[in-house]
Design a protein around this ligand. Structure first.
Ligand code: FE2
Length: 391
C-alpha cells in the first residue's frame, strides 16, 4: 500500500540507564527551567522507597519540593482536581511524576489544570489544550504504560463511570527518566499485566488505521522484544536483561501508539475499567486474544508479520496460517503468564454487557480498529471472552 501523509513529533527527551533515580535532580535541572518541583505519585511507590532517592537528588540540586501522593489506579477526575488545586496554590515550575501509567496520566492532567481554568472534563478529546502546560518529567516504574512518551492522559470521569482521553502534544513529558531497576520488585501479576498492555499498544499501533511507517518500525521492534522477554521478566523479576528489554519495548510501544492510535482492545478495556475499576493492564490482557482473533482476517499481511517477527511462523507458511498461529500463541502466552480469565472477575455482571459494548463502541479509538466493528460485535466479543471461546 502506498504511504499516506503523516507527521511525527519527538517532544520528549529520553534518558535510559540503570540506577537513574539518585541522579534525577541533575537531569531535571539540565532539561527544564525552574527549581520548584511538585512530585506526583501514589502511596505504593512511596512505600516501595522509589520516591526518596528522587527527592534527595532534587534537594541536592537546590530544588524546593511538595508531594502529592493521592493517585489511585484508573486515575480519577476528583484526584486530578485535588492535585490541580494544589498546583494552582503552590505554583510549581516543574511537575515530576514517579509511578506507573496512572501516576503519569494524573500528572499530565495536573500540569494541564495548573495553567488552564476549570475541570479536566472540559478538556476531553483532542485539541482543547490552548496553551503550554507546566513542564512535566516522567519517571516510569512499570514496563507497560509508555505514558512517559505519549501525549495523552486517560482519566476516569467518576460521574459518568467513563474513561475519557485528553490528547494533545503539549501533554507529552519534556523528559523521561527510564530506569529498569525500578521494575525489579514488581510482583509477577503486575509484570504480566503491564507487559501485556505494552504488547497491546504495539499490536494496536501496528494494525490500526492510523499507523504510519515510523510508528510501524517502533511497534515491530517493541513486539519482538516483548514477545521474547515478557515471560522471562515474569518468571525472574531480577533478570537484568529481561527488565531492560521490557522497559525499552514499553517505551517504543508508547511512541508507536502515541503517533498512531490504539484500537478495540483498549476500547473494551477502558469500558471495563470505567465501570468496575478493573486495572488497565489486566483488562487489556484478557481481551487481546479475542480481539486479535476477530481482527486477523481483516489484515492478514500485518498480523502475519507480527507472527513472523515473534518467531511464531515457519517458512513457507501463508499469511492466513501465520495469523492463526499468532492468535493461538496469544491465548498460550496469557495462560503461561497467568492472566486472569474474564469470567473469574466476581464483580462482572452479565446484565452490564450491553453497557460495556456501548461504551466500547463510543470510545474515540473504535474507528481506528483495522476491522470495522459495531456495538453488537463488541457485545459478542465480551460474550466470547466470558465463555472462554474464540469469536
Ligand atoms: Fe494501555
Amino acid at each position: 500500500m502506498m504511504i499516506s501523509t503523516f507527521s511525527f513529533d519527538l517532544p520528549t527527551r529520553i534518558v535510559f540507564a540503570d540506577n537513574l533515580l539518585s541522579n534525577a535532580g541533575e537531569w531535571i535541572k539540565s532539561t527544564v527551567p525552574g527549581r520548584k518541583a511538585m512530585m506526583v505519585t501514589d502511596p505504593g511507590i512511596r512505600a516501595a522507597g522509589l520516591l526518596e532517592p528522587v527527592l534527595a537528588s532534587l534537594a541536592q540540586e537546590g530544588f524546593e519540593t511538595v508531594v502529592f501522593d493521592q493517585v489511585s489506579a484508573n486515575p480519577k477526575d476528583v484526584d486530578c482536581q485535588a492535585g490541580g488545586d494544589l498546583a494552582r496554590e503552590w505554583n510549581p515550575e516543574v511537575i515530576v511524576a514517579v509511578g506507573g501509567g496512572s501516576v503519569i496520566d494524573s500528572a499530565k492532567a495536573i500540569a494541564l489544570l495548573h495553567t488552564h481554568p476549570g475541570t479536566i472534563r472540559q478538556y476531553e478529546g483532542r485539541g482543547k489544550v490552548t496553551k503550554d502546560v507546566t513542564p512535566l518529567v516522567a519517571i516510569p516504574t512499570t514496563a507497560g504504560t509508555g505514558s512517559e512518551v505519549t501525549r495523552s492522559a486517560v482519566i476516569t470521569d467518576t460521574e459518568r463511570q467513563f474513561k475519557m482521553t485528553v490528547k494533545d502534544v503539549k501533554l507529552a513529558p519534556k523528559l523521561a527518566l527510564v530506569d529498569p531497576v525500578t521494575t525489579y520488585s514488581l510482583p509477577q501479576s503486575l509484570t504480566a499485566a503491564t507487559g501485556m498492555d505494552a504488547f497491546v499498544h504495539a499490536i494496536e499501533a501496528y494494525t490500526c488505521r492510523l499507523a504510519n511507517p515510523v510508528s510501524d518500525g517502533l511497534a515491530l521492534a517493541a513486539m519482538e522484544r516483548i514477545w521474547r522477554y515478557l515471560p522471562i521478566a515474569v518468571r525472574e523479576g531480577g533478570n537484568q536483561e529481561a527488565r531492560r528489554e521490557m522497559m525499552v519495548g514499553s517505551l517504543m510501544a508508547g511512541m508507536a501508539f502515541s503517533h498512531a492510535d490504539v484500537a478495540s482492545v483498549h476500547c473494551m478495556a477502558e469500558a471495563l475499567g470505567g465501570l468496575y475499576d478493573t486495572p488497565h493492564g489486566v483488562a487489556n490482557s484478557m481481551f487481546l486474544p479475542y480481539v486479535t482473533a476477530f481482527n486477523a482476517a481483516a489484515d492478514p499481511i500485518k498480523h502475519a508479520r507480527v507472527a513472523r517477527i515473534c518467531g511464531l511462523a515457519s517458512e513457507g507458511m501463508s499469511d492466513e496460517e501465520a495469523s492463526d498461529r499468532l492468535v493461538e500463541a496469544l491465548f498460550g502466552l496469557s495462560e503461561e503468564i497467568g492472566i486472569p480469565r474474564f469470567s473469574s472477575l466476581s464483580y462482572v455482571r452479565h446484565e452490564d454487557f450491553d453497557t460495556l459494548a456501548e461504551a466500547s463502541f463510543q470510545n474515540g479509538s473504535t474507528p481506528s480498529n483495522c476491522r470495522t466493528i459495531t456495538a453488537q460485535e463488541y457485545r459478542q466479543l465480551f460474550e466470547a471472552a466470558y465463555a472462554g471461546r474464540k469469536p
